[in-house]
Write a protein that binds this ligand. Sequence first.
Ligand code: MTE
Ligand code: MO
Length: 327
Amino acid sequence: MPTLKDRGFLHPLASEITPQAAYLRRRELLQGLGLAGAAALLPAAGPALAQRAAPPLPPLPGARSTVPGAIATDKLTDFKDASTYNNFYEFGLDKDDPAKHAHTLKTRPWTVAIEGAVKKPGLLDIEAVLKLAPMEERIYRLRCVEGWSMVIPWVGFSLAELIRRVEPTGNAKFVEFVTLADRAQMPGLRSSVLDWPYVEGLRMDEAMHPLTLLAFGMYGQVLPNQNGAPLRLVVPWKYGFKSGKSLVKIRFVEQQPKSSWEKAAPQEYGFFSNVNPQVDHPRWSQATERRIGEDGLFAKKRPTLLFNGYEPQVGQLYAGMDLRRFF
Ligand SMILES: Nc1nc2c(c(=O)[nH]1)N[C@H]1C(S)=C(S)[C@@H](COP(=O)(O)O)O[C@H]1N2
Ligand SMILES: [Mo]
């Protein structure tokens, strides 16, 4: 386990600071008592107060990842922003819809189907998936194709850990990710903006890259439903939409899969969707981004980086490829 000293001037790991939910609840309760200003001076609320609050998310600690590039040194986005400013169209199109509506998502029991070109297909129970490898904390920048970004401490392990266990055959050239589509739990499915279920895909070498994360938690706790509980993908060098939430199926296939976004607007969303400031979206520039939390009137936009700043780790995957053509 890393010590505080190893970390130098990095911000603390989420698992070592007061969980945000507990902090917010405490502040709320103190505000109710007219004690807001004293909040920082007081110890955690006792059991009597805690009982009246909504149940907190269970803790899910992870050891600081040693995967190269896994610990961004940017300032973390507040948990409040990361869990209330979301894209999860199955729960509505507005940024605050997922936080408002995703409480209806039932994350247990939960299974993930492994299909296609593997020696060990079948249904994996979420409890078994959680035990496949030790949990790591990774701090990733997430860049949405809409032009904003966040910095989030995820908890999970490399997708490669799961892929190795199911033993892909030589025919597995791509991986397709299918996420939950249940009308009873997801009010957004009534809209036909996308072809449900939400489907995304990666090339096999992208899926096996150690930075490609299967995430179960963030900020030292299990994922809030609106962030893709009980498990989601996080591919930090690609636009956020490649990172499917609430996964129910992983298929190993020979042909390049068609993602929901490609089906919806093929001229706007390519299969690769690598973050690239030089390849604009047909309707807007991708040269800069707005970091959530820095959005005051005079806040400067940040320049967007090739592969979202992960070029040293992933650039080789695309050597010789025309990134304008394969956008
Ligand atoms: N199933 C599903 N996964 C999804 C989406 C979605 O609408 N449905 N939105 C994507 C988009 S556009 C982004 S930017 C990220 C946002 O993840 P976050 O809300 O946890 O920051 O989730 C991605 N995964
Ligand atoms: Mo996005």
